[in-house]
Design a binder for this molecule. Structure first.
Ligand SMILES: [Zn+2]
Length: 290
């Protein structure tokens, strides 16, 4: 809430649970009075006093210094469960009662270890639902591709920026090489539209440097194109938006998406960043102006 208020997305920064204090990371995961029943049930966490920690980072540092590895895990999993619970509650989804959180935190490491033993495949990351952006603003979403011929792979890169040009999310993913680069561009466009939906945007301008793909979307689905089904997916998903516009931009205005696509060469599967860009790509954001 503190971050949202700082970005002028909400008016108040007050915690929705206790309705008393501003809700920053430390409050949301630790100091809110509503969470007392969770943390007090882990008596060994109670040695930390308010004077010792002024941020969640302080708290994390504190618990990472304790020698008992199991307690470190329980602290992390409990905080993680509280974070997920808060996100689910924001989206009106069913949530675990607070008194069950620590019990769950105790059983998850076991479940994780068992899952590690029984499978060697890397699971798909869960869809991203972290915050609700304002309805009134239009976001810019860029996409691009990179081809890694020798690996028979391609990279898709997408980035979404707010009305001030600050990145609010980015995705890098590697996919099997398609028949044509245009088809890959269409897939990258489909990914960015999906990502925009996942993070809850309702108004976005999608920008790519493939004029062929932009033209195909504007003309609507066509059976004549080998990648017509991808264009159709994009058009169908676009109908969920209050506003979804598709425009062509020159490559020098699409630098971040291009760098994210190239990054897929060194990443496996899909990687998602929220409210920030990967460190090596963030400096490029200032080139993406037009
Ligand atoms: Zn609170």
């Amino acid at each position: 809430m503190v971050n949202l208020q700082r970005r002028h997305i909400t008016v108040l920064d007050t915690c929705e649970e206790c309705k008393v204090q501003p809700k920053d990371e430390l409050h949301a995961l630790w100091s809110c009075s509503k969470l007392t029943e969770v943390w007090s049930s882990l008596t060994w966490t109670q040695q930390v006093t308010d004077a010792q920690v002024s941020s969640f980072q302080d708290l994390l540092d504190h618990f990472m210094q304790i020698s008992n590895d199991y307690r470190k895990e329980i602290f992390i999993i409990t905080a993680w469960s509280l974070w997920n619970r808060r996100n689910a509650s924001r989206r009106g989804l069913p949530t675990q009662p607070l008194h069950k959180i620590t019990q769950m935190a105790g059983s998850l490491p076991q479940e994780f270890l068992e899952a590690q033993e029984s499978t060697t495949t890397i699971p798909e990351p869960p869809p991203v639902h972290n915050w609700c952006p304002p309805e009134a603003h239009i976001f810019k979403a860029n996409f691009d591709v990179a081809v890694f011929k020798s690996k028979k792979l391609a990279g898709l890169g997408v980035v979404i920026k707010d009305w001030r040009g600050e990145a609010i999310g980015a995705v890098t993913m590697s996919v099997r090489l398609a028949q044509t680069v245009v088809e890959l561009e269409a897939m990258a466009c489909r990914r960015v539209v999906k990502f925009a939906r996942e993070i809850g945007l309702s108004q976005a301008i999608f920008e790519g440097d493939s004029s062929t793909v932009i033209k195909a979307i504007l003309e609507g689905p066509s059976d004549a194109l080998p990648y017509g089904h991808v264009i159709e997916d994009i058009c169908v998903q676009a109908m969920d938006f209050q506003l979804a516009a598709f425009t062509y931009v020159p490559r020098n205005c699409n630098v971040v998406a291009d760098a994210l696509a190239k990054k897929a060469k060194s990443c496996r599967g899909t990687q998602v960043w929220l409210e920030e860009l990967p460190e090596d790509i963030a400096p490029l954001a200032c080139f993406d102006v037009h």
